[in-house]
Design a protein around this ligand. Structure first.
Ligand SMILES: Nc1nc2c(c(=O)[nH]1)N[C@H]1C(S)=C(S)[C@@H](COP(=O)(O)O)O[C@H]1N2
Ligand SMILES: [Mo]
Length: 263
């Protein structure tokens, strides 16, 4: 099954990268993944639930991802997926060097809050050297610097009924006749409050470049590359992922990938 996933990913990745405006439903071999009630898709999803439960049992809630030493950083973080978002909103922010950027925490919170980049940078920072694993078959060790997401969520006071964070991004990963499809991802609150989960604004001791998600990208270190959302503008606390995208909790999960995406 993993071979199948990789092939499909290569296919999707290539077409998205080429900006070909591919419509998923236009391709017979893959279109079932876009249908919520398809049986093959349902079987894949059963496997996802199993993976999540087994992983949660095997690794404790707060187990740390391995951290590396500076000498193990061998190359820059290889940009992948969207690397230069072209949406009007993002282009305007970028032109002003993100001076007008705001990160908003909303949804199931006592108090909706927004923070500028300067405010996020002034909060206690954490740096970690970790390995990013992309399902396309490459890895990079890099140093990430940012603010702990848990501390930021606490400022909004998450309501007890919230179960997930949905990370909304600026980039249109795909264009279809129905319009832009914007990248999004989600995590449970265990990963959101994990001590290594940060709102990263620094990469290898530099300002986070646009290619890697400027001004803010989330690092969830125990998860695969596609669970590391770039260009994040809003974090929404919810108890149900079905209203977003195709209902599977993220752009790649909507296209058949495991939602949990643990390493
Ligand atoms: N907003 C957004 N986040 C994203 C992606 C994307 O296309 N858009 N690609 C994902 C994938 S598949 C990977 S491997 C990493 C790549 O991060 P990097 O460009 O910093 O290496 O970002 C992830 N987060
Ligand atoms: Mo990836």
């Amino acid at each position: 099954m993993s071979g199948f996933k990789l092939n499909r990913r290569k296919f999707l990745g290539a077409s998205a990268a080429a900006g070909s405006g591919l419509i998923l439903s236009g391709c017979d071999q893959f279109d079932f993944l876009g249908q919520r009630d398809n049986q093959v898709r349902a079987v894949l999803e059963q496997a996802n639930v199993l993976t999540y439960q087994v992983q949660r049992r095997l690794i404790g809630a707060q187990t740390l991802a391995r951290e590396y030493s500076p000498s193990e950083i061998r190359q820059g973080q290889r940009p992948n997926g969207s690397t230069n978002p072209s949406t009007a909103e993002y282009s305007a922010l970028r032109a002003a060097d993100f001076a007008n950027y705001k990160l908003t925490i909303k949804g199931m919170v006592e108090q909706e809050v927004s923070f500028s980049l300067a405010e996020l940078r002034n909060m206690p920072a954490r740096s970690q050297i970790t390995r990013h694993d992309c399902v396309e078959g490459w890895s990079c060790i890099a140093k990430w610097t940012g603010t702990r997401l848990g501390a930021v969520l606490d400022m909004a006071r998450v309501k007890p009924e919230a179960r997930f964070c949905v990370y909304h991004c600026y980039d249109n990963i795909q264009t279809s006749l129905a319009g832009d499809i914007l990248y999004y991802e989600s995590s449970d609150l265990i990963d959101a409050y994990h001590p290594q989960t940060i709102l990263a604004y620094g990469l290898n001791d530099q300002t986070l470049p646009v290619a890697n998600g400027a001004p803010i990208r989330v690092r969830i270190e125990r998860a695969l590359g596609y669970k590391q959302p770039k260009y994040v503008h809003t974090i929404e606390l919810v108890d149900d992922l079905s209203p977003f995208g195709q209902g599977k909790g993220g752009y790649w999960p909507d296209n058949g990938y495991d939602w949990y995406g643990g390493i």
